[in-house]
Ligand binder design. Structure first.
Ligand SMILES: NC(=O)c1ccc[n+]([C@@H]2O[C@H](COP(=O)([O-])OP(=O)(O)OC[C@H]3O[C@@H](n4cnc5c(N)ncnc54)[C@H](OP(=O)(O)O)[C@@H]3O)[C@@H](O)[C@H]2O)c1
Length: 336
């Protein structure tokens, strides 16, 4: 049994994480934190009523470490990197949901996040927690940078094509649509029901912070300089889910079946990645840790389409996959 603390337990990713861990035979949630909320978990999240006998607390790193071997940090960027170093010193293993440890350099972090990094010396040394691509790096580490939701949906279809040199790394356009839970539970004007219901809008065009994360993994997978990635996210009136359509340029003539074969070969042993013939929808994967991917060839472009649940494969499900790898449990435990 592994004892677990969840930081930022009032949030959406924390709620999904708790629900998954309640099904995990080897995980015991022993601490839930909030800066101010001290209510029982079942009052903070009514869907947990009668399922978890624990109240939220504002705990110091020492108190957290005294109760938990593994800490899931569901905090925003910079808040996470302010506490993670101390937790590691106390000997905890940490799965960080924020962007704090995803980018390879403080320079890149500070450029895109416009804030100084609280723990810059660790950047570039923390495994990127996408098990389908970096499993070997994850096993045996003490800190994992859990990937961003949009990057997960974009990287999984593109990397196999890049690895075999099938597409140009510098000519990729990624168009993504996300449900509103991607913005977190904290109220904001743009995510009010009246603002986003019955409406769809692009945002962060050319400036979204997941752009360098995607570019970094593309660069790594085809051993090239950081490529230019055009990434346009959209807010859609759904609770959850991400649909990503990526347009890439093949270096030679290919058919749809050629592309699907590359994807199938890469993921033939990956339980959570399904390469499908049909065009996937977010509903196909809602509430699951699966990603559904397909491809088409239209004119001079390969078009890949992928669907995930942003809160599961894009956050808490991936985090539990990583937790399972860290502690030697079967990777699919609590996720099937
Ligand atoms: N939502 C998604 O689809 C998704 C997907 C992948 C990754 N992520 C990442 O996962 C993390 C959590 O996302 P979320 O959607 O669960 O956010 P959320 O619903 O807004 O919850 C974040 C929690 O962090 C705590 N918090 C906020 N500001 C803080 C600060 N300055 N210092 C300490 N604690 C603070 C809050 O708890 P209190 O106010 O109670 O203290 C809040 O409940 C973020 O880093 C996010 O970028 C989210």
């Amino acid at each position: 049994m592994t004892t677990i603390a969840i930081l930022g337990a009032t949030g959406y990713t924390a709620l999904e994480l708790i629900k998954i861990l309640l099904r995990h035979p080897n995980a015991e949630i022993t601490a839930l934190t909030s800066r101010e909320d001290t209510r029982p978990a079942g009052q903070v999240h009514q869907s947990l009523s009668g399922r978890l006998n624990l109240s939220l607390e504002n705990l110091t790193p020492g108190e957290i470490a005294s109760r938990a071997e593994c800490v899931f940090s569901c905090l925003p960027h910079t808040a996470s990197a302010q506490i993670v170093p101390e937790l590691l010193q106390y000997g905890c293993k940490v799965v960080d949901f924020s962007a704090d440890y995803r980018l390879d350099s403080a320079e890149s972090f500070e450029k895109w996040y416009e804030v100084e990094h609280p723990d810059p010396q660790r950047l570039g040394k923390v495994p990127y927690g996408l098990p389908e691509l970096f499993r070997k790096d994850i096993i045996g580490t003490d800190l994992i940078a859990n990937p961003g939701c949009y990057p997960t949906s974009a990287i999984l279809p593109l990397v196999p094509l890049l690895e075999v040199g099938l597409i140009e790394p510098n000519d990729i356009i990624i168009d993504s649509k996300s449900g509103v839970s991607g913005a977190g539970r904290k109220p904001k004007l743009g995510t009010l029901y009246t603002e986003c219901n019955e409406s769809i809008s692009a945002y962060g065009v050319g400036t979204h912070r997941h752009t360098p994360e995607i570019a970094q993994i593309i660069a790594r997978s085809c051993k090239t300089q950081m490529p230019q990635v055009i990434f346009t996210p959209h807010l859609t009136p759904m609770d959850r889910g991400i649909l990503t359509t990526a347009y890439s340029k093949p270096v030679k003539n290919v058919s749809k079946d050629d592309v699907l074969d590359v994807l199938r070969k890469k993921y033939e042993n990956e339980y959570f990645v399904k390469v499908v013939e049909y065009l996937p929808a977010t509903k196909d994967v809602s509430g699951t840790n699966f990603v559904h991917i397909t491809a088409r060839v239209v004119g001079s472009r390969i078009i890949t389409v992928s669907a995930i649940d942003n809160l599961i494969k894009g956050a808490s499900g991936a985090a539990v996959q990583n937790f399972n790898l860290l502690f030697g449990y079967a990777e699919t435990t609590a996720l099937v």
